[in-house]
Design a protein around this ligand. Structure first.
Ligand code: AMP
Length: 221
């Protein structure tokens, strides 16, 4: 990674690791209601690029629709640029990045983008499939819902911005299977990476969202 982010501009970075559907986004969104925290979801950035039909969106779409990872070089350049635009004294929650050890190495290679801690959202696969097949998201603001557990008050309409609530193309059951396969292939490497650096924390996310929020707030004080 090029050093285009100066060390004196460095931000505090916490990485959320965990399978799709483990609740990383939900918790990061809650944290970002506090002005000190910034939630950076690479999935949300890519989906926005697809909606706006930018060059990035056109490149990413084919990978995303199939549940495959977008190439490291594209993702590293994207996160580097995004982080360089964040002001000082912010605490960034990275949700969905790094996905590979090469991406983790890229953050680590730059003094301004050192990861303070990685939090692993721990959950068994059986629960993930149920969560993901029932997941719905607002097309406009990305707010997550669940058909059974947290439905929007009015069907198909976001409680927060009035946008359309939809099912993501990649939350289709066959694509979910592929995303979980990729997750398991990549995740152990990331766990080992941050465990070796002594900055891995684990949260059992089978608890209610409120309890998970409380557990997280102890790490992120
Ligand atoms: P997410 O919303 O985090 O589940 O991401 C949705 C999709 O975006 C993934 O299945 C990948 O295709 C792509 N994506 C998001 N973040 C990354 C990343 N760090 N590296 C590669 N692909 C990514």
């Amino acid at each position: 990674m090029q050093n285009s982010v100066d060390a004196e501009d460095s931000v505090e970075i916490t990485v959320f690791l965990g399978a799709p559907g483990s609740g990383k986004g939900t918790q990061a969104k809650k944290l970002s209601q506090h002005p000190h925290f910034i939630h950076l979801s690479t999935g949300d950035i890519l989906r926005k690029a697809i909606r706006e039909n930018t060059a990035l969106g056109r490149e990413a779409r084919g990978f995303m629709d199939k549940g495959e990872l977008v190439p490291d070089s594209t993702m590293i350049a994207l996160i580097q640029e995004t982080l360089s635009n964040i002001g000082q004294d912010k605490h960034v929650i990275l949700d969905g990045f790094p996905r590979t050890v090469a991406q983790a190495d890229a953050l680590n290679a730059n003094p301004a983008t050192q990861v303070g801690q990685a939090v692993l959202f721990d959950i068994p696969d059986e629960e993930l499939v149920e969560r993901l097949t029932g997941r719905r998201v607002c097309k406009q603001c990305g707010h997550p819902f669940h058909v059974k557990h947290i439905p929007p008050q009015k069907e198909g309409v976001c409680d927060f911005c009035g946008g359309e609530v939809i099912q993501r193309v990649d939350d289709d059951v066959s694509v979910i299977k592929r995303r979980l396969e990729i997750f398991h292939t990549q995740n152990q490497g990331l766990i080992d990476y941050y465990r070796n650096k002594n900055n891995l924390k684990k949260v059992d996310v089978r608890h209610s969202a409120e309890k998970v929020e409380k557990l997280l707030s102890e790490f992120l004080k």
